[in-house]
Design a protein around this ligand. Structure first.
Ligand SMILES: Nc1ccn([C@@H]2O[C@H](COP(=O)(O)OP(=O)(O)OP(=O)(O)O)[C@@H](O)[C@H]2O)c(=O)n1
Ligand SMILES: C[C@](O)(CO)[C@H](O)COP(=O)(O)O
Length: 250
C-alpha cells in the first residue's frame, strides 16, 4: 500500500461515488457496473484516477448491497497494486455516498478529488490539473466547460406541458461542471457535515462548499470527461474508447 505523498507534501485521495442505480440509463445493473468496451464503467473510472501521479489512494463507494461484489470485480481486473483501493458501502443519495467515502479516508490524506464513476473517460491531464490547482492553494477546484447551448430559466411545470420562460442567463458567464472536483480535505468534510445537517441537498460537492462561503475556482474541463447519464452517452463513450484503443492514447 502506498499513501506516501505523491505531490510535493500533499497526500491526495480520490473518492469515487459509484453507488447510483443509473435510472436514466435504463433498466439493468447499477450504472457503474455496466460494460463500456467490455470493461465495467467503474473500472475505467478507477484506472483514470490511478493513472494520475498525484493520486495515492482510491476509495470506491459501492452500492450498499454489493460491496463484496465490487471488491472482487476490482480485484479481477488487474489494477496496479502500488496504490491502495478501498471499497465502502454507499448511501441513498450521491451526497451521502460521498460523505461515506470521506469517512473511509486515512488520517494522512489532506487533499480529496471526488470523481463520478459515471465519468469513466476523464483524461489524466484533467485529473492532474485539478490536483495541481488545489496544491497551489485553492481550497476548492472544479473542472468545467463553456456551454454550447443557450440556457433558459423556466417555471417548471408537469412533464410535457409548456413551461413559461423566466429569463435567459448570459451564456458567456455559465459553465457546465464536471468531475473530479478537488478540495482541501478539511473544507470538504466541513461542507458535508454542515450542509447535510441543514438537510439541504446538492448535486455537486463544490455547491456545498460554496454555501460555506469558501471560494471555489473553475479550471478547464475536457469534453471527454462527460457523464454517462442517458443511453446516447453510452454510444458516445463507446466511440471515444474505440478511438483511444485504435490510437493507444489514454
Ligand atoms: N446514491 C448514489 C447516487 C449516485 N451516486 C454516484 O454519483 C455519480 C453521479 O450520479 P449520476 O450520474 O446521477 O448517477 P445515478 O444516480 O446512478 O443516475 P440516475 O439519476 O440516472 O439514477 C455516479 O457515479 C453515481 O454512481 C452514488 O454514489 N450514490
Ligand atoms: C457532480 C456532477 O457530475 C457535476 O456535473 C453532477 O452534478 C452530478 O449530477 P447528477 O444529478 O448526479 O446527475
Amino acid at each position: 500500500m502506498t499513501t506516501t505523498p505523491q505531490s510535493a507534501g500533499h497526500v491526495v485521495a480520490a473518492v469515487i461515488p459509484a453507488a447510483g442505480r443509473g435510472v436514466r440509463l435504463g433498466p439493468g445493473a447499477p450504472k457503474a457496473l455496466r460494460g463500456l468496451g467490455g470493461v465495467p464503467i467503474l473500472v475505467h473510472a478507477v484506472r483514470a484516477m490511478l493513472r494520475a501521479r498525484a493520486v495515492g489512494l482510491v476509495v470506491v463507494v459501492a452500492p450498499a448491497d454489493d460491496v463484496a461484489g465490487v471488491r472482487s470485480l476490482l480485484d479481477s481486473h488487474g489494477l496496479p497494486e502500488s496504490k491502495e483501493i478501498r471499497v465502502v458501502a454507499g448511501g441513498e443519495t450521491r451526497q451521502e455516498s460521498v460523505r461515506l467515502g470521506l469517512a473511509a479516508l486515512p488520517a494522512e490524506v489532506d487533499t480529496v478529488l471526488v470523481h463520478d464513476a459515471a465519468r469513466p473517460l476523464v483524461p489524466v491531464d484533467t485529473v492532474e490539473a485539478v490536483a495541481a490547482a488545489v496544491r497551489a492553494g485553492a481550497p476548492a477546484v472544479v473542472p468545467a466547460l463553456p456551454l454550447a447551448d443557450t440556457v433558459k430559466e423556466v417555471t417548471p411545470g408537469p412533464p410535457g406541458s409548456p413551461e413559461p420562460v423566466v429569463g435567459t442567463p448570459e451564456r458567456a458567464r455559465l459553465r457546465a461542471v464536471q468531475t473530479p472536483q478537488g478540495f482541501r480535505r478539511d473544507v470538504l468534510t466541513e461542507a458535508h457535515e454542515k450542509i447535510a445537517a441543514e438537510g439541504e441537498g446538492a448535486t455537486d460537492d463544490a455547491g456545498m462548499v460554496e454555501r460555506l462561503g469558501v471560494p471555489v475556482v473553475v479550471v478547464p474541463g475536457h469534453e471527454e470527461a462527460f457523464k454517462v447519464t442517458r443511453p446516447l452517452d453510452l454510444v458516445l463513450a463507446e466511440a471515444v474508447l474505440a478511438r483511444r484503443r485504435a490510437s493507444d492514447v489514454f
